[in-house]
Design a binder for this molecule. Structure first.
Ligand code: HAM
Length: 433
């Protein structure tokens, strides 16, 4: 390897790869909060956890997310194995869950399956605020539902609750229907007819989208295409009767549940498997825009596309990274539960060994105990005890060992008392009450 390349690698290998990040202990409390709220909601709405492999056959995504999508064309991390398989690091969770659903015969049971996951996803995107190359998605999926608008609304409700419980404010929900197999082809034609004469003044991507996926013309962010987008025909009045009724049903449920929404006729989403309802939540944050929070929709044909029985389904996902960044940007404070902790302090080698044993006895009795036994000085250990959120400190020295006792010190009042070791558990429980 040339010397300069070697040096560059040397400098870089201590950094996580571009677009990835460590979640350090100090940061973990935010992640724990998000995971805990997710689990609580999953329990309340009867969703069961599903975990699928980080690697999948790349074809799973080209067949479902769409061959022509950015996700498949530009963002997927793929690899060829020695055995000749063409695999991808999972860029999203819905297709793998649908694959597992078919693979494990759930498609045949006809029962409604409510599943959720908290899993890392990988996309080779340009890193920026709220956009990573490895991120952790929380996803909720309901498969096998009879395309009932109740389920679309329930799914949206769960995400609204997630944001509410995380104290994320100034939330907005955009919603649209992108029709079904019956009405979408007509709308696509209508869009192509409208855009045809404008193509020469539009961006290169839109010229491509015009041929491969005309719906995505509505998703273009480029400045030069905005005037044409603004006048594009909307889907609302082109939906077939069934889709129109379904969409009306979803909106009625949302109103019943008190969830505010804004209709957005240009919301189409970047993945091809959606049909009918699509939605995206946003939250206002000072500074840089973080992007969509929970987002998803109905995907009534996905399971069928993979060879399963026709299985209407609806789902959505949000990354923990974006949730945490939003909470921080909105200055949400985490109220930490004060634990009633005890801190063990030793003086001398003999006491250190005995302390190890006493701590185990206390843990067995359900008492939360911490230590900094590697520090030898009493002062340094007292400092650690004061820094934490302990209520009591236990001091053990040579004298106490011989007397089979220990000093219990109240860290708030500094009052201390010698207690017999045989009575320690009882005594601590009494004081922590
Ligand atoms: P998606 O819109 O690609 O949909 O991603 C869903 C959410 O994942 C986004 O709204 C955002 O919160 C988060 N996200 C996406 N890309 C990144 C990134 N590069 N960095 C950080 N966060 C990101 C899906 O993935 C669908 N599977 C959602 C779904 C589930 N639809 C039905 N069921």
């Amino acid at each position: 390897m040339p010397e300069n390349k070697k040096n560059k690698n040397k400098a870089n290998f201590l950094q996580p790869p571009k677009g990835t990040h460590d979640v350090m202990p100090a940061e973990s409390k935010w992640w724990d909060r998000v995971r805990a709220v997710t689990q609580k909601l999953a329990d309340a709405y009867h969703f069961s956890r599903i975990s699928t492999p980080v690697i999948e056959h790349a074809e799973l995504f080209s067949r479902t997310v769409g061959e022509a999508t950015d996700l498949v064309q530009k963002e997927m991390y793929t690899l060829k194995t020695r055995g000749g398989d063409f695999l991808a690091l999972r860029p999203e969770g819905t297709a793998p869950v649908a694959r597992a659903y078919i693979n494990h015969g759930l498609s045949r049971t006809g029962a409604i399956q409510k599943m959720f996951y908290i899993e890392p996803m990988f996309r080779h995107e340009k890193p920026q605020a709220g956009r990573y190359r490895q991120f952790t998605q929380i996803g909720f999926e309901i498969m096998g539902n009879p395309s009932d608008p109740f389920y679309d609304a329930q799914l949206i409700l769960i995400f609204a609750k997630l944001l509410e419980e995380l104290k994320i404010k100034n939330v907005s929900l955009k919603i649209n229907s992108i029709g079904c197999r019956v009405c979408r082809p007509n709308y696509k034609k209508l869009l192509q007819n409208y855009y045809r004469s404008h193509l020469k003044d539009m961006c290169r991507d839109c010229n491509e989208r015009y041929k491969t996926n005309p719906l995505r013309l509505l998703d273009c962010k480029s400045e030069q295409c905005q005037p044409f987008k603004a006048k594009a025909p909307t889907f609302f009045d082109k939906l077939c009767v069934t889709c129109s009724r379904h969409f009306k049903g979803v909106l009625e449920y949302l109103e019943e549940l008190g969830i505010q929404y804004a209709l957005d006729s240009q919301l189409v989403r970047g993945l091809d498997y959606y049909s009918r309802t699509v939605f995206e939540f946003f939250a206002e944050t000072p500074g840089e825009r973080i992007g969509a929070l929970p987002a998803g929709g109905r995907y009534d044909y996905l399971v069928e596309t993979l060879g399963g029985r026709p299985t209407p389904a609806v789902g959505g996902a949000v990354s923990i990274e974006r949730l945490v960044e939003t909470m921080k940007a909105q200055a949400v404070t985490l109220t930490e539960k004060k634990t009633k902790k005890v801190f063990m302090i030793h003086v001398g080698d003999m006491a250190k060994k005995k302390a190890a044993r006493i701590m185990e006895d206390l843990r067995k009795a359900g008492i939360d105990i911490d230590e900094s036994l590697s520090r030898e000085s009493l002062k340094a250990q007292m400092k650690m005890a004061d820094k934490g959120d302990a209520a009591l400190a236990l001091l053990l020295g040579q004298k106490e060992i011989f007397e089979e006792s220990i000093i219990v010190r109240d860290l708030r009042t500094s009052a201390q008392e010698t207690v017999r070791l045989s009575k320690l558990v009882e005594e601590i429980k009494k004081r922590l009450k």
